[in-house]
Design a protein around this ligand. Structure first.
Ligand SMILES: [Zn+2]
Length: 96
């Protein structure tokens, strides 16, 4: 009867040990992508690239100057480009 009890305890210890191992593995898996995401600036990765129709520069949306032109939101790299586009409606970047 002592052996049955011993086996039961051994099984419990084994299950607990396996559980801890599984949790550790889960946490390690969970921590890795989080660390990567923190290294890369979250705003930049998530942000959309937009093209300045005036000079053709691509830039992240959050850094762009925006303006509504002909019912469309346009994004510009600088105020100069926005103003130039607004006043001139530059045909060189506008195709068709
Ligand atoms: Zn520009």
């Amino acid at each position: 009867m002592g052996i049955v009890r011993l086996v039961q305890i051994a099984v419990v210890i084994l299950l607990v040990w396996m559980g801890i191992k599984a949790i550790k593995r889960f946490m390690a898996k969970d921590a890795e992508p989080r660390r990567v995401r923190r290294d890369a600036a979250p705003g930049e990765v998530m942000d959309v690239m937009v093209q300045d129709p005036q000079c053709g520069t691509y830039l992240p949306k959050h850094e762009a100057y925006s303006a509504w032109i002909d019912g469309k939101e346009q994004f510009f790299c600088s105020r100069e480009c926005r103003d130039a586009y607004k006043s001139g409606q530059s045909p060189k970047a506008k195709k068709a």
